[in-house]
Design a protein around this ligand. Structure first.
Ligand code: BTN
Length: 341
C-alpha cells in the first residue's frame, strides 16, 4: 500500500536506532554502514529518507551523521520502541493520509495481520464515527484502528467499546493529567465537550466474532478554529484544555498501554468485568439525559450500568428503562467533575 511505513522497514528503523544510540554525537558512515549492512553511498540515501520522514539529520563529510531532532509522528519504530504492551500495537503501520484507518485495518486483518496490529494516520479524508457518521479527523489528532480477534460472543461488542473508552480515559490522564468523563456508550468528555470517541466494527456470525476493528479518535492538538462551526460547542481538544500542545507519540503510547490492560481484562472477564470498571471511573451516571433511539426520544436520569453494559435510565414515573443502543445527550446540569486532575 503506498505511503505506508511499517515496522518491517527494518533499515530505516535500524538507522534511527543507531543514530539515537549516539546521543547527538556524529556516527561515521562506515560505522552506520556496518550496522545497517549498507554501502556509504546507500547510507547517504538512507539519511535522505530520514529527512523526508521529518528527522533532522546533520551530515558532514569526514565526520558522519548526527541526529538533531526527531519528528513527533507515530512512525512504527517511534511508537514501538519502549512500548509496554503484550499485544496492542504489534506491529504498527503508519500513513500520513488515508481515507479511514478502519478500512485499512480491516483489510490487513483479513489478510492475516496479527491481533493487536495498529494502523495510525496523521489525517483521514473519510473518517467515520459510530453508525457510519462522518467524523472530523484533520492533522493534529490521533486517529487509529486496531485489529482484534476477541474470543468472546458478539454480544460483548458493547463491552469492548466501553473497555476501549475506559482505556482512552486512562491514557489521557497518564499523558496529560486531565480527568476525562465517560459518556455511555463511547464518548470521552472534558467538561461537557467531546475530546475522544471509540467505535467497534466487526465481521462475524451469531456465535463468534471473526474480527473486530476498534477505532479510536482523540482530538489532541486541534485548535478551536479548526473545528467546523457545528462542532465548536460540543467538541474540544487536549491542547485547548491544557493551554499547550501535547506530543502525539507519547500520548499514543499511554493510550495503547491502557488499551492493552483493558483488553486483557475484557478477554478474561467479559461484560461484567468491564461494567465494574466503568462504574468506578469518572462517568455520566447521575446526569439527566435525553435518549435518542429512533423512532423514540425520551428523557430521564442515567442511574446505572447493568452487567451487559446496557444503560439503565430512570423515568419521571420511577420506572427503569434499559438502553442497549442509541445516542445519549446530556441535559444541562451541574458539572460534576472538573477536567483538571
Ligand atoms: C465516534 O465517536 O463515533 C467514534 C469515532 C471513531 C473515530 C476513529 S478515527 C480512527 C478510526 N478511523 C475512522 O474512520 N474512525 C475511527
Amino acid at each position: 500500500m503506498p505511503g505506508l511505513a511499517s515496522a518491517g522497514d527494518d533499515t530505516t528503523a535500524l538507522a534511527v536506532r543507531a543514530l539515537k544510540a549516539a546521543r547527538g554525537q556524529f556516527v561515521s558512515g562506515e560505522e552506520l554502514g556496518r550496522a545497517l549492512g549498507l554501502s556509504r553511498n546507500a547510507i547517504w540515501k538512507q539519511m535522505e529518507t530520514l529527512r523526508q520522514l521529518g528527522y533532522q539529520v546533520q551530515s558532514i563529510r569526514g565526520l558522519g551523521h548526527r541526529l538533531v531532532d526527531v519528528p513527533d509522528v507515530p512512525l512504527p519504530w517511534e511508537v514501538m520502541d519502549g512500548l509496554a504492551t503484550r499485544r496492542i500495537g504489534r506491529p504498527v503501520w503508519y500513513m500520513d493520509t488515508t481515507t479511514s484507518t478502519q478500512d485499512v485495518a480491516r483489510h490487513w486483518g483479513q489478510v492475516g495481520a496479527a491481533e493487536g496490529a495498529l494502523v495510525v494516520a496523521t489525517e483521514q479524508t473519510s473518517g467515520r464515527g459510530r453508525m457510519r457518521r462522518p467524523y472530523f479527523t484533520p492533522r493534529g489528532g490521533l486517529w487509529f484502528s486496531l485489529v482484534l480477534r476477541p474470543a468472546r460472543p458478539p454480544l460483548d461488542i458493547l463491552a469492548l467499546s466501553l473497555a476501549a473508552s475506559l482505556a482512552v480515559q486512562e491514557g489521557i490522564r497518564a499523558a496529560s493529567g486531565l480527568t476525562a468523563v465517560l459518556k455511555w456508550p463511547n464518548d470521552v468528555l472534558l467538561g461537557e465537550r467531546k475530546v475522544a470517541g471509540v467505535m467497534v466494527e466487526f465481521d462475524g456470525d451469531q456465535d463468534r466474532l471473526h474480527q473486530a476493528v476498534l477505532g479510536v479518535g482523540i482530538n489532541v492538538n486541534l485548535d478551536a478554529e479548526a473545528f467546523p462551526a457545528e462542532l465548536r460547542d460540543r467538541a474540544t481538544s487536549l491542547k485547548l484544555e491544557l493551554g499547550r500542545p501535547l506530543p502525539l507519540v507519547p500520548t499514543l503510547r499511554c493510550v495503547l498501554e491502557a488499551l492493552d490492560r483493558h483488553y486483557e481484562r475484557f478477554l478474561e472477564g467479559g461484560s461484567e468485568a468491564v461494567c465494574l470498571a466503568w462504574r468506578s471511573a469518572p462517568n455520566m451516571l447521575g446526569r439527566e439525559v435525553r435518549v435518542i433511539s429512533p423512532p423514540d426520544t425520551w428523557e430521564g436520569t442515567a442511574v446505572e450500568l447493568d452487567r451487559d453494559c446496557a444503560l439503565l435510565v430512570r423515568l419521571a414515573s420511577g420506572d427503569l428503562r434499559r438502553v442497549a443502543a442509541g445516542d445519549i445527550e446530556l441535559l444541562p446540569g451541574v458539572e460534576r467533575l472538573s477536567p483538571r486532575a
